[in-house]
Structure formats: C-alpha cells, structure tokens
Design a protein around this ligand. Sequence first.
Ligand code: ADP
Length: 476
Amino acid sequence: GGVPRGQAGAIEVMARRRDGSEFPAELSIGEQTFGGEVITTVVCRDVTERKRAEEQVRQLNQELAQRLKHGVEMVADLAASLNPREVMGRLLTRVVEAVDADQGTLLLVDEGRLVVQDSFDLDRRMVLTRGGEFSAGPILDHALTERCVVLNGAVDPSCLSGRLKGWLAEVRQTAALPLVVAEEVAAVLLLARRRDEPFGDRDLETLQLIGNVATVALRNAQLFTTAEAASASKSEFLNMAAHELRTPLSVVVGYLSMLADGTLGDPSETWKRPIDILNLKAGELNKLVDALLLAARMESGTIQGESELVDLVHLTREALQRAEPRTQLLGGEIVLEKPAGPILVEADPVHVARILDNLINNALTYTTDKPWVRVTVTGDADVTVEDHGLGIPHDRHGLVFERFFRVNDPILPPQPGTGLGLYISRELARRYGGDVLLEASEPGGGSRFALSLPLPAARVSEPAAQGARAGSRRAG
Ligand code: ADP
C-alpha cells in the first residue's frame, strides 16, 4: 500500500540512473509459473516524456479555464450595467486583468486627436485625467492606420507632454487595440505593463476577442450619449412649450365661456354651435397641455401628490360615472365587477383617478364598433380594463408606454391624444410601488390593461408595537 499506481497494474516510482539523477518510472510486475517454478518479471519504463506531456495538457487546461473565466466575467459585467458609459469603464478594468497589464487607457478619436476617456491602474499609480490629449507617436499611429492590434511598439518620448512623460517613465511594454465603429477607428485601448515582459501571442488572441466585445460596447455608449442628449432637449422643449401654451389658452377659454354663458350679450342662434365646438376643442387642448406639463414634471421629478388610504372600489365606481356620458354617446357599455367590501390602497386619489380615466377612455376610444368595456377590481388591489376593440399589434406592445407613442391605425379616423396617457399612468402607479401593464392584446380582438397597486402592509398600532419591543427586551 501507499505506492501510487499508474497504468492498470503498474506502479509509479522515482528511479535513479547510474549517474545518480532521478527520473519518473513505471514498474510493471508480472508473475508466471513455469513447470512449478514461479517467475517474477519486472519491467521498468522511463515515463519522463509522458509526464511532461501530461503536465503541459494540465497547464493548457488551466489557462483555458482561466481565459474562459475572464470571458464569462467580462460578459456578465457588461450585462450587469445598463449605462453603456459605465460598461466601457468596466471593460477597461477587465482588459487590464485579462492581459495581465498594469494600466489601461481608453482613448477616443476626436477629429484626429486622441483624448483620454477613461483610465485604470491596478495600483492607482498612473490614472490619466479624462479629457486630456494623448499622443504617443509610432505605436498609436500604427494602430490607427493599420487598424490592428500593435504589441510592444515603441513610444516616442518626444511626442509626450509633461504628465505623459511620467507615464512613459514607468511603462516598459505596451499594447494598442484600435476599436473600429462604422469603418472608422473610434477609439484605441492602450495597455501598459510596468515590468519588462512583452505582450505575447496569447495576449494578442485575447485582445482580438475583446476587440469585438469592446466595439459593440463602444457603439452602444455612443448611441446612448446621442439619445440622451436628444431626450434632454426634447424634455426641455416640452416643458417650455407647455408653460408657454398655458397662459394664452386660459385667456381663450375664459372668453369662450363668457360668450357661452351670455356675459358678453346673448349669442345669436347661428353662433351657438360654433361656440359649443370651440368650447369642446378648447377643453381638448387644455387636457393636452395638462398632460404635457405633467409629463415634463415627471421627468424633472417635481410632481406633487400625497398618499392616503383610499378605497379602490370607490375610486373605480367614480371613474365609471365620469365615463358614463361618453359611453352613452357612443352607444357602448361598461360593466363593473368588484368584491363586496372596500379595497384599501395607499395613494393619491387624484392620481389613481387619472390612471383609471386614461385606461377607460382608451378602451372606449380605440374601437370601430360600439365600445364594450369590462372593469374588474380584484382583492389584490388590481384593476383590469378589458375591451373588445382594435387591439395592439404584437410588435408594439412594448412601445405603448413610451412618451408620445401612438399606433396609427388607418381604420380609425385620427383621435385626439398625445401618446402621453399610458406613460403618465405608469409613472404615477410606480410612485406608489404599483404598475400599469398591458396584460394581453390581440389585433382585432381587444386589449386588457391592468393597474396594480400594493396592498398597504399590515400595520401594528404604535402602543402595541412598543409593548412588544419592551416585552422582548425584558425577556432578553
Ligand atoms: P393616447 O391615447 O393619447 O394616444 P396613450 O399613451 O394613452 O396615448 O396610448 C398610446 C397608444 O396606445 C394609443 O395612441 C393607441 O394607439 C394605443 N392604445 C392604448 N390603449 C389602447 C386600447 N385599449 N386598445 C388599442 N390601442 C390602445
């Protein structure tokens, strides 16, 4: 026992040559009987080569596992963040680790200049300031023109400015990885080692792999920045437009109501209908501006609202009453299903009413037949609004909650609206920990939207809670 066994029936030992040097050997022992005599044979085989090969395979496996681990971690990391700019920062950290570098810098190409976008140093010794210009001569020029990874290229000290001279003084080896987006080199990842170990073939492979991931991440970051800027200017415009519209509109509405109620003298018969239409349209316009303002406030996070305990059943019944005149006018029907008792939720009743009005009005609007709507309040504080209307194409389900998004159905004459209703409804619901969802919708088969609000947590009255705490303290 205790002797390690190699191949079946073989024993591994360390053997010694005549000159005293040791080598791994394998002993195969056999026994045979010849005419009553037992003959034992021992074959000793030198397995140095085999051992070396085995060791090599083990090392390769380990390296492969390591690289796989890096790769998986990198992808997981990139997937973890929604902000692509953060993704670029993380990517940089990962690249430095993956190729065993000490320092990495992401340089963006801006009108022929290289500008530091991000910089990472394992020991925080040389972090380059963002926005600084970087020119290092040959290595980067090469990466830019050849569009391929350049390893261990020379850095021309005369190209470096003051702070970068410090960088060069520390750097022994470099690798540059150009990132090509839309046929142009958009950025260069510059990696540096402070020790004198050149980047090798394996690093090259790793960099080429990373290059693909990095290019996608970079393109996302660019798109993100553009979209963000566009969205910000849209919001600003929205806010301004809504504010500017409000004042003149209130003047128009004011005069219109004076015309309608006879304050400015009795309107003649021929004026009555136009005044009614003007009133109606002014009302629509008012709602529109109101929605714009609310959406703008939502974005800047300045909407007011107070939470109180309200009965969801009661609020739903009120919403149905408000919708009644319009339902009659359209010759439609709304049915209500609800539990017997009240369903209490904690929210601002004005906001809940707004959400319900919006869902019910949509259900009445987006149909070609006489509308049929079923509103159901459940014991879990959900309100579903179901219609048999136009439905929403499947590829638009995710979009109806976007600001200003409207499905333009050619069957329907243009409907007044902003495409803000569902956006506002969802944002309002989320304020109270709830949500508005499109539960189901089939083109031609109708839709079901749901408002869900959290049930208030069971509350223990204060003196009782204090008593319980005091009790436990005594016990402990
Ligand atoms: P608006 O009604 O002002 O357009 P919303 O945000 O409330 O804005 O709705 C966005 C779009 O979603 C609508 O323009 C319509 O195309 C679609 N939509 C909403 N509710 C329904 C529904 N119940 N049935 C069919 N389409 C709907």
